[in-house]
Design a binder for this molecule. Sequence first.
Ligand code: TXA
Ligand code: MG
Length: 316
Amino acid sequence: MITSDIKIIRERLLEGDVIGLPTETVYGLAANVFNSSAVKRIFETKQRPTTNPLIVHVASISQARALVKKFPEKALLLAKEFWPGPMTLILPKNQTVSDLVTANHTRVAIRIPSHPLTLQLLNHLDFPLVAPSANPFNRISPTTAEHVESYFPSIYTLDGGPCQSGVESTILGFEEDEVVLLRHGAIPIEAIEGVVGRILNRTHSSQEGALPGQHKKHYSPNCELIVTYEPLFMLSAVKNKRVAIVWFQTIQIESIDVEVNKVLSPTGDLAEAAQHIFSVLHELDQMGIEMIIVERLPAHGLGLTVNDRLDRAAAK
Ligand code: TXA
Ligand code: MG
């Protein structure tokens, strides 16, 4: 059920329910971090393994501090610069955060989202909210309330319109004095480095599954997906399939072998491309397209984030 009534959503959370929540990145599936049966229900609803920890959403830096043993200096610098906003920090948890939330890790993922409705909601609750993206495990992340509704029709979803960033938050960890990138996200690496200097990139862990959230396969449509710098070359190898091509900036050639052409950003703006990528994949998947060929984005800024999501969506 989609609602724009924040009071209904607040009541459901107080009752221990799981609800759909808008954020500036993607929609989340949210519950009271301190209610373990509600937290368990999130894992069940998403069919997510309990070895994959959840992000805690808070209203303020002081609410974040109350959950951790230590807030490293660089973490504080970043929080002051980018919160509220699409950046998640992995910090050493204290005993107030259950092992269920962190999947037995000693650290907890925390962010302050910037969506105004969700900030308002958090400010009217006396507990933070855990919220993974509101998609079943391995499926495309939702960027509208309707996407959440199509996955989970029986829960209440707060309608906050289409998500502004359209891709998940950037995740950062801390090792001694170093900042470590764990997931490309809505804040480009260059912007993070503008605040704390060079950071380590651990987004391609050498051991598959070594870090949570680095599953090779993720964000997948039902149909086949290919990501390439040469869509037309890939098209030449496809026979007798309903094909869509998703171009970055311009349609290079209209072909009768292509049922749908989509353009992510006519002006070549990486942020606009990121904003649209998941909703375009949802739309093509729902049309019953059998193969989506996506043009790879330039490998800098948010292009790296979108390419990361596409590579995981394409993984077998
Ligand atoms: O933008 C976002 O981050 C969205 C919105 C709803 O806030 N949330 C989101 O959550 O993307 P989720 O669960 O789909 O992805 C969070 C990622 C997971 O890959 C998880 O493994 C990782 O963060 N993560 C969570 N807690 C962690 C921890 N303690 N240590 C390392 N990674 C962690
Ligand atoms: Mg997710």
